[in-house]
Design a protein around this ligand. Structure first.
Ligand code: 3PG
Length: 212
């Protein structure tokens, strides 16, 4: 599966961080029950790789990605664990080469026109816009559409249930990422029904881009 297909699986890619494999499995199941079939497990906790391994085997319906890729040596490990795509907060040629060597489709992060040019030069036409809100949000993406009309974005960072629709209405946005589907307090009290409800609301959003 290529990045182009992965970003079209659903309008919202949950960005997740887990303390344990059990927590990861329960949250992933709750998201799947709510119709979310793609998710990103960030490498921000010691449990992350083990979570990817477990969640990748949870269901044929689920596509699990690995996030917060910042070092080339993480790529092969993530692929062995079962990650089907990778997300990095920024982009360097070393990360691009590692992704290629590992055979992992990569969604590289950009925040400026020069970073976009570097990612495009390396062959990417879909990128993560990060951190979306601090880096200019919807107005910035509108401004970038002029010079980079063919580029597609998955904005992530500071997006909420309330702001997601305004991002998804943009012609250059294919999906959005965010952690709002899994508030820490809700995960801590193991309220999987609440997570499923948040997932259902997110899965029901429609990017304007998809109907174009
Ligand atoms: C991240 O990498 O932290 C993501 O952008 C999630 O950001 P959020 O927690 O602001 O949604």
């Amino acid at each position: 599966m290529r990045i182009n297909d992965i970003v079209r699986i659903g309008p919202v890619v949950p960005v997740l961080q887990f303390d344990s494999v059990e927590q990861g499995e329960s949250v992933a199941q709750a998201l799947l029950d709510g119709g979310v079939r793609v998710l990103e497990v960030t490498l921000r906790t010691p449990a992350a790789m083990a979570v990817i391994e477990r969640v990748a085997r949870l269901s044929d319906q689920m596509v699990v990605g690995v996030g917060t890729l910042t070092r080339p040596e993480q790529f092969a490990m993530a692929v062995s664990a079962g990650a089907r795509f990778g997300v990095s907060p920024g982009f360097t040629s070393a990360l691009g080469e590692a992704a290629q060597a590992a055979g992992l489709p990569l969604l590289p992060g950009v925040a400026t026109p020069s970073e976009i040019l570097a990612a495009q030069a390396a062959g990417y036409d879909i990128v993560k816009f990060f951190p979306a809100e601090p880096a200019g949000g919807v107005p910035m993406l509108k401004a970038l559409h002029g010079p980079f009309a063919d580029l597609r974005f998955c904005p992530t960072g500071g997006i909420t249930a309330e702001s997601a629709p305004s991002y998804l209405a943009l012609p250059n946005v294919v999906c959005v990422g965010g952690s709002w589907l899994t508030p820490k307090a809700v995960v801590d009290r193991r309220d999987w029904v609440a997570i499923t409800r948040l997932a259902q609301a997110a899965a029901a959003l429609r990017p304007a881009q998809h109907s174009a």
